[in-house]
Design a protein around this ligand. Structure first.
Ligand code: MG
Ligand code: ZN
Length: 373
Protein backbone atom coordinates (compact mmCIF):
# COMPACT_ATOMS: atom_id res chain seq x y z
CA UNK A 1 0.00 0.00 0.00
CA UNK A 2 2.72 2.42 1.03
CA UNK A 3 4.90 1.40 -1.89
CA UNK A 4 2.05 1.99 -4.28
CA UNK A 5 1.48 5.41 -2.73
CA UNK A 6 5.13 6.42 -3.04
CA UNK A 7 5.24 5.12 -6.59
CA UNK A 8 2.12 7.12 -7.40
CA UNK A 9 3.58 10.23 -5.74
CA UNK A 10 6.80 9.85 -7.72
CA UNK A 11 4.86 9.65 -10.94
CA UNK A 12 2.90 12.73 -9.94
CA UNK A 13 6.10 14.67 -9.15
CA UNK A 14 7.71 13.50 -12.35
CA UNK A 15 4.66 14.55 -14.33
CA UNK A 16 4.68 17.97 -12.68
CA UNK A 17 8.37 18.41 -13.39
CA UNK A 18 7.81 17.56 -17.01
CA UNK A 19 4.83 19.86 -17.32
CA UNK A 20 6.37 22.86 -15.64
CA UNK A 21 10.07 22.72 -16.38
CA UNK A 22 11.38 20.17 -18.85
CA UNK A 23 14.95 20.96 -17.79
CA UNK A 24 14.30 20.52 -14.06
CA UNK A 25 15.29 16.86 -14.17
CA UNK A 26 18.83 17.71 -15.32
CA UNK A 27 19.00 20.81 -13.09
CA UNK A 28 18.86 18.59 -10.00
CA UNK A 29 22.58 17.88 -10.51
CA UNK A 30 24.71 19.87 -8.09
CA UNK A 31 26.85 21.49 -10.75
CA UNK A 32 25.20 24.14 -12.94
CA UNK A 33 25.11 23.34 -16.64
CA UNK A 34 25.36 26.99 -17.72
CA UNK A 35 27.93 29.47 -16.43
CA UNK A 36 26.88 32.83 -15.05
CA UNK A 37 30.32 34.31 -15.70
CA UNK A 38 32.90 33.89 -18.46
CA UNK A 39 36.62 34.64 -18.17
CA UNK A 40 38.41 34.55 -21.54
CA UNK A 41 42.20 34.63 -21.28
CA UNK A 42 44.16 35.25 -24.48
CA UNK A 43 47.89 34.64 -24.70
CA UNK A 44 48.75 36.68 -27.79
CA UNK A 45 51.10 34.69 -30.02
CA UNK A 46 50.90 31.63 -27.75
CA UNK A 47 51.26 28.39 -29.66
CA UNK A 48 51.91 24.93 -28.27
CA UNK A 49 55.66 25.52 -27.86
CA UNK A 50 55.04 28.72 -25.87
CA UNK A 51 52.74 26.67 -23.60
CA UNK A 52 55.35 23.88 -23.52
CA UNK A 53 57.94 26.32 -22.20
CA UNK A 54 55.97 26.60 -18.93
CA UNK A 55 56.45 22.83 -18.43
CA UNK A 56 60.25 23.29 -18.43
CA UNK A 57 60.61 26.73 -16.83
CA UNK A 58 59.06 28.18 -13.68
CA UNK A 59 58.16 26.84 -10.26
CA UNK A 60 55.52 24.21 -9.57
CA UNK A 61 52.86 22.58 -11.70
CA UNK A 62 51.68 24.71 -14.62
CA UNK A 63 48.13 25.96 -14.23
CA UNK A 64 47.61 24.92 -17.87
CA UNK A 65 47.42 21.39 -16.51
CA UNK A 66 44.31 22.15 -14.42
CA UNK A 67 41.97 22.34 -17.42
CA UNK A 68 39.86 19.24 -18.13
CA UNK A 69 38.94 20.06 -21.75
CA UNK A 70 41.43 20.85 -24.51
CA UNK A 71 40.79 21.80 -28.13
CA UNK A 72 42.55 23.29 -31.15
CA UNK A 73 41.51 26.23 -33.32
CA UNK A 74 42.16 27.07 -36.95
CA UNK A 75 43.13 30.72 -37.04
CA UNK A 76 43.20 31.93 -40.67
CA UNK A 77 41.53 35.29 -41.26
CA UNK A 78 38.98 35.98 -44.02
CA UNK A 79 41.65 37.12 -46.50
CA UNK A 80 44.90 35.61 -45.24
CA UNK A 81 46.13 32.17 -44.26
CA UNK A 82 48.04 33.81 -41.41
CA UNK A 83 46.01 36.07 -39.14
CA UNK A 84 47.02 39.17 -37.23
CA UNK A 85 45.78 39.99 -33.73
CA UNK A 86 42.96 42.27 -34.91
CA UNK A 87 41.23 39.67 -37.09
CA UNK A 88 42.09 37.00 -34.51
CA UNK A 89 40.49 38.92 -31.64
CA UNK A 90 37.46 39.88 -33.74
CA UNK A 91 36.85 36.17 -34.34
CA UNK A 92 36.66 35.68 -30.56
CA UNK A 93 34.78 38.89 -29.71
CA UNK A 94 32.20 38.87 -32.49
CA UNK A 95 32.30 35.42 -34.12
CA UNK A 96 33.18 36.64 -37.61
CA UNK A 97 36.13 36.03 -39.91
CA UNK A 98 37.43 39.39 -41.09
CA UNK A 99 40.53 40.86 -42.74
CA UNK A 100 43.83 41.47 -40.97
CA UNK A 101 43.76 44.85 -39.23
CA UNK A 102 39.98 44.95 -38.73
CA UNK A 103 38.72 45.83 -35.23
CA UNK A 104 35.21 44.35 -34.75
CA UNK A 105 34.14 45.15 -38.28
CA UNK A 106 33.34 42.69 -41.08
CA UNK A 107 35.03 42.38 -44.48
CA UNK A 108 33.00 45.34 -45.79
CA UNK A 109 33.92 47.42 -42.69
CA UNK A 110 30.46 47.13 -41.11
CA UNK A 111 30.48 47.16 -37.31
CA UNK A 112 29.56 43.86 -35.72
CA UNK A 113 28.38 43.58 -32.08
CA UNK A 114 30.82 42.03 -29.65
CA UNK A 115 30.07 39.64 -26.81
CA UNK A 116 30.96 42.42 -24.37
CA UNK A 117 28.42 44.75 -25.99
CA UNK A 118 25.78 42.01 -26.22
CA UNK A 119 25.82 41.44 -22.46
CA UNK A 120 26.24 45.06 -21.41
CA UNK A 121 22.60 45.76 -20.50
CA UNK A 122 22.51 43.02 -17.92
CA UNK A 123 26.02 41.96 -16.99
CA UNK A 124 29.25 43.71 -16.03
CA UNK A 125 32.44 43.50 -18.06
CA UNK A 126 36.18 43.98 -17.77
CA UNK A 127 39.27 44.08 -20.00
CA UNK A 128 42.90 43.68 -18.93
CA UNK A 129 46.01 43.69 -21.15
CA UNK A 130 49.77 44.04 -20.81
CA UNK A 131 49.77 46.03 -24.06
CA UNK A 132 48.01 49.37 -24.26
CA UNK A 133 44.26 49.05 -23.72
CA UNK A 134 43.74 50.41 -27.26
CA UNK A 135 45.89 47.68 -28.84
CA UNK A 136 44.22 45.26 -31.29
CA UNK A 137 43.24 42.47 -28.90
CA UNK A 138 41.43 44.45 -26.17
CA UNK A 139 40.13 47.02 -28.72
CA UNK A 140 38.30 44.29 -30.65
CA UNK A 141 35.96 43.84 -27.67
CA UNK A 142 34.71 47.47 -27.44
CA UNK A 143 35.75 49.48 -30.53
CA UNK A 144 34.80 49.36 -34.21
CA UNK A 145 37.36 50.73 -36.67
CA UNK A 146 38.54 49.56 -40.09
CA UNK A 147 42.25 49.75 -39.17
CA UNK A 148 43.93 48.72 -35.92
CA UNK A 149 46.30 51.68 -35.98
CA UNK A 150 43.52 54.21 -35.28
CA UNK A 151 44.56 54.29 -31.62
CA UNK A 152 43.22 57.75 -30.83
CA UNK A 153 39.80 56.89 -32.28
CA UNK A 154 39.83 53.59 -30.36
CA UNK A 155 40.64 55.47 -27.14
CA UNK A 156 37.71 57.82 -27.81
CA UNK A 157 35.41 54.84 -28.32
CA UNK A 158 36.50 53.32 -24.99
CA UNK A 159 35.10 56.31 -23.11
CA UNK A 160 31.55 55.65 -24.37
CA UNK A 161 31.82 51.84 -24.43
CA UNK A 162 30.06 49.45 -22.09
CA UNK A 163 33.32 48.40 -20.39
CA UNK A 164 33.05 48.68 -16.59
CA UNK A 165 36.65 47.89 -15.59
CA UNK A 166 39.86 48.08 -17.55
CA UNK A 167 43.58 47.92 -16.80
CA UNK A 168 46.61 48.20 -19.07
CA UNK A 169 48.83 50.79 -20.71
CA UNK A 170 48.14 53.51 -23.26
CA UNK A 171 47.94 56.87 -21.47
CA UNK A 172 49.43 58.70 -24.46
CA UNK A 173 46.43 57.88 -26.65
CA UNK A 174 44.17 59.67 -24.16
CA UNK A 175 46.24 62.79 -23.44
CA UNK A 176 48.76 63.35 -26.25
CA UNK A 177 46.36 63.50 -29.19
CA UNK A 178 46.06 65.29 -32.53
CA UNK A 179 42.65 66.69 -31.52
CA UNK A 180 44.18 67.96 -28.24
CA UNK A 181 41.19 66.65 -26.27
CA UNK A 182 42.02 65.22 -22.84
CA UNK A 183 40.22 61.88 -22.94
CA UNK A 184 41.14 61.12 -19.33
CA UNK A 185 38.66 63.90 -18.49
CA UNK A 186 36.20 62.30 -20.91
CA UNK A 187 36.59 58.96 -19.13
CA UNK A 188 35.86 60.70 -15.82
CA UNK A 189 32.85 62.44 -17.35
CA UNK A 190 31.54 59.02 -18.36
CA UNK A 191 31.74 57.69 -14.83
CA UNK A 192 35.20 56.15 -14.69
CA UNK A 193 37.44 56.46 -11.66
CA UNK A 194 40.79 56.69 -13.47
CA UNK A 195 44.18 55.88 -11.93
CA UNK A 196 47.31 56.57 -13.97
CA UNK A 197 49.75 56.07 -11.08
CA UNK A 198 49.41 52.57 -9.71
CA UNK A 199 47.27 49.46 -9.48
CA UNK A 200 45.86 50.43 -6.10
CA UNK A 201 42.64 48.73 -5.09
CA UNK A 202 40.10 51.41 -4.18
CA UNK A 203 38.92 51.19 -0.56
CA UNK A 204 35.36 50.89 -1.78
CA UNK A 205 35.42 48.88 -5.00
CA UNK A 206 31.82 49.78 -5.72
CA UNK A 207 29.58 48.64 -8.56
CA UNK A 208 28.30 52.23 -8.51
CA UNK A 209 31.58 53.24 -10.18
CA UNK A 210 33.53 52.18 -13.24
CA UNK A 211 37.31 51.82 -12.97
CA UNK A 212 40.15 52.45 -15.41
CA UNK A 213 43.86 51.85 -14.77
CA UNK A 214 46.22 53.31 -17.39
CA UNK A 215 49.70 52.57 -16.08
CA UNK A 216 52.11 53.19 -18.98
CA UNK A 217 52.33 55.60 -21.92
CA UNK A 218 51.97 52.68 -24.39
CA UNK A 219 52.50 48.99 -23.53
CA UNK A 220 53.18 47.91 -19.96
CA UNK A 221 56.83 47.08 -19.12
CA UNK A 222 58.14 43.61 -19.99
CA UNK A 223 58.38 41.02 -17.21
CA UNK A 224 62.14 41.14 -17.84
CA UNK A 225 62.01 44.87 -17.04
CA UNK A 226 60.15 44.45 -13.76
CA UNK A 227 56.42 44.53 -14.54
CA UNK A 228 55.91 42.31 -11.50
CA UNK A 229 52.46 40.93 -10.68
CA UNK A 230 50.42 43.50 -12.62
CA UNK A 231 48.52 40.88 -14.66
CA UNK A 232 47.52 38.47 -11.84
CA UNK A 233 46.78 41.37 -9.46
CA UNK A 234 44.66 43.30 -11.97
CA UNK A 235 42.80 40.06 -12.72
CA UNK A 236 42.14 39.49 -9.01
CA UNK A 237 40.93 43.07 -8.63
CA UNK A 238 38.63 42.76 -11.64
CA UNK A 239 37.15 39.55 -10.19
CA UNK A 240 36.63 41.20 -6.78
CA UNK A 241 34.76 44.00 -8.58
CA UNK A 242 32.83 42.10 -11.25
CA UNK A 243 31.72 39.23 -9.00
CA UNK A 244 29.56 41.73 -7.11
CA UNK A 245 27.19 41.68 -10.09
CA UNK A 246 24.60 39.02 -9.28
CA UNK A 247 23.65 38.70 -12.94
CA UNK A 248 27.19 37.73 -13.95
CA UNK A 249 30.11 39.13 -15.90
CA UNK A 250 32.39 38.82 -18.91
CA UNK A 251 36.13 39.38 -18.37
CA UNK A 252 38.86 39.27 -21.03
CA UNK A 253 42.48 39.08 -19.86
CA UNK A 254 45.34 39.27 -22.35
CA UNK A 255 48.97 38.26 -21.93
CA UNK A 256 49.83 40.60 -24.80
CA UNK A 257 53.60 40.36 -24.83
CA UNK A 258 54.07 36.63 -25.47
CA UNK A 259 53.59 37.83 -29.07
CA UNK A 260 56.20 40.55 -28.70
CA UNK A 261 58.76 38.04 -27.44
CA UNK A 262 58.04 35.99 -30.56
CA UNK A 263 58.47 38.98 -32.89
CA UNK A 264 61.76 39.74 -31.13
CA UNK A 265 62.84 36.07 -31.46
CA UNK A 266 63.68 36.29 -27.76
CA UNK A 267 63.05 32.99 -25.96
CA UNK A 268 63.66 34.45 -22.49
CA UNK A 269 61.11 37.22 -23.18
CA UNK A 270 58.52 34.59 -24.21
CA UNK A 271 59.25 32.30 -21.26
CA UNK A 272 58.87 35.08 -18.67
CA UNK A 273 55.63 36.33 -20.25
CA UNK A 274 54.20 32.79 -20.38
CA UNK A 275 55.08 32.25 -16.70
CA UNK A 276 53.21 35.46 -15.83
CA UNK A 277 50.23 34.38 -17.97
CA UNK A 278 50.18 30.95 -16.31
CA UNK A 279 50.20 32.58 -12.87
CA UNK A 280 47.19 34.62 -13.99
CA UNK A 281 45.42 31.44 -15.08
CA UNK A 282 45.79 30.34 -11.46
CA UNK A 283 43.94 33.46 -10.26
CA UNK A 284 41.09 32.81 -12.72
CA UNK A 285 40.89 29.09 -11.91
CA UNK A 286 41.00 29.62 -8.13
CA UNK A 287 38.08 32.05 -8.48
CA UNK A 288 36.17 29.68 -10.78
CA UNK A 289 36.69 26.73 -8.42
CA UNK A 290 35.32 28.68 -5.46
CA UNK A 291 32.50 30.23 -7.48
CA UNK A 292 31.31 27.12 -9.35
CA UNK A 293 29.43 29.29 -11.85
CA UNK A 294 32.28 30.47 -14.03
CA UNK A 295 33.50 29.23 -17.39
CA UNK A 296 37.23 29.84 -17.97
CA UNK A 297 38.50 29.67 -21.56
CA UNK A 298 42.16 30.10 -22.51
CA UNK A 299 43.43 30.40 -26.05
CA UNK A 300 45.51 32.53 -28.43
CA UNK A 301 44.95 34.40 -31.66
CA UNK A 302 47.93 32.78 -33.43
CA UNK A 303 51.49 31.59 -32.87
CA UNK A 304 54.37 34.04 -33.25
CA UNK A 305 57.97 33.31 -34.23
CA UNK A 306 57.71 29.69 -35.33
CA UNK A 307 59.12 29.11 -31.85
CA UNK A 308 60.72 25.76 -31.07
CA UNK A 309 62.60 24.34 -28.12
CA UNK A 310 65.31 22.39 -29.90
CA UNK A 311 68.10 20.20 -28.54
CA UNK A 312 71.48 21.91 -28.23
CA UNK A 313 74.68 20.10 -27.23
CA UNK A 314 72.58 17.19 -25.95
CA UNK A 315 68.98 16.18 -25.30
CA UNK A 316 68.92 17.94 -21.93
CA UNK A 317 70.01 21.21 -23.44
CA UNK A 318 66.98 23.23 -24.61
CA UNK A 319 67.61 26.04 -27.08
CA UNK A 320 64.91 28.44 -28.21
CA UNK A 321 64.90 28.71 -32.00
CA UNK A 322 62.70 30.61 -34.43
CA UNK A 323 61.66 30.29 -38.07
CA UNK A 324 60.19 33.79 -38.56
CA UNK A 325 59.88 37.26 -37.04
CA UNK A 326 56.18 37.16 -37.82
CA UNK A 327 53.13 35.00 -37.15
CA UNK A 328 52.50 31.39 -38.21
CA UNK A 329 49.29 29.51 -39.13
CA UNK A 330 49.76 26.82 -36.46
CA UNK A 331 46.71 25.25 -34.86
CA UNK A 332 46.32 26.93 -31.47
CA UNK A 333 45.40 25.22 -28.18
CA UNK A 334 42.18 25.96 -26.27
CA UNK A 335 41.81 25.13 -22.56
CA UNK A 336 38.42 25.18 -20.83
CA UNK A 337 37.20 24.77 -17.27
CA UNK A 338 33.78 25.05 -15.62
CA UNK A 339 30.13 24.76 -16.67
CA UNK A 340 29.92 24.27 -20.44
CA UNK A 341 33.64 23.62 -20.81
CA UNK A 342 33.15 20.22 -22.44
CA UNK A 343 31.99 21.81 -25.72
CA UNK A 344 35.46 23.33 -26.20
CA UNK A 345 36.99 19.91 -26.97
CA UNK A 346 37.73 19.21 -30.64
CA UNK A 347 39.19 21.04 -33.62
CA UNK A 348 37.26 24.03 -34.97
CA UNK A 349 37.53 27.57 -36.38
CA UNK A 350 38.57 30.48 -34.13
CA UNK A 351 35.11 32.04 -34.61
CA UNK A 352 33.64 29.03 -32.76
CA UNK A 353 35.21 30.36 -29.54
CA UNK A 354 32.54 33.10 -29.70
CA UNK A 355 29.82 30.63 -30.72
CA UNK A 356 30.71 28.24 -27.92
CA UNK A 357 30.83 30.99 -25.27
CA UNK A 358 27.33 32.04 -26.39
CA UNK A 359 26.09 28.45 -26.54
CA UNK A 360 27.49 27.62 -23.10
CA UNK A 361 26.16 30.76 -21.40
CA UNK A 362 22.84 31.21 -23.17
CA UNK A 363 23.75 34.84 -23.89
CA UNK A 364 22.10 34.37 -27.26
CA UNK A 365 19.04 36.53 -27.67
CA UNK A 366 18.37 37.45 -31.28
CA UNK A 367 17.88 41.12 -30.42
CA UNK A 368 21.25 41.27 -28.78
CA UNK A 369 19.86 41.25 -25.25
CA UNK A 370 20.90 38.67 -22.72
CA UNK A 371 18.98 35.86 -21.17
CA UNK A 372 19.70 36.41 -17.49
CA UNK A 373 18.93 33.54 -15.16
MG1 MG B 1 47.35 41.39 -28.56
ZN1 ZN C 1 52.07 39.80 -33.44
Amino acid sequence: MIRVFIFGLSLLLLAQCQLKEPEATTATKEEPTQPKNIILLIGDGMGVTQVTSRFFYGEGEPNFQRFPYIGLIKTSSSQEKITDSAAGATAFSAGVKTYNGAIAVTDDSTSVPTILEMVSDDLSSGLIATSSIVHATPASFYAHVPARGWYEEIAAQLTTSSVDFFAGGGTQFFVDREDEVNYLDTLTAHGFVVDTAQLQKPANLSMEEKYGFLLAPDGMPRMLDGRGDFLPQATQMALDYLSQDEDGFFLMVEGSQIDWGGHANDAEYIIEEVKDFDKTLGVALDFAERDGNTLVVVTADHETGGFALSSGENYNDLVGTFSTGGHTPDLIPVFAYGPGSEIFAGIYENTAIFDKMIEASGWNQADGSVAVR
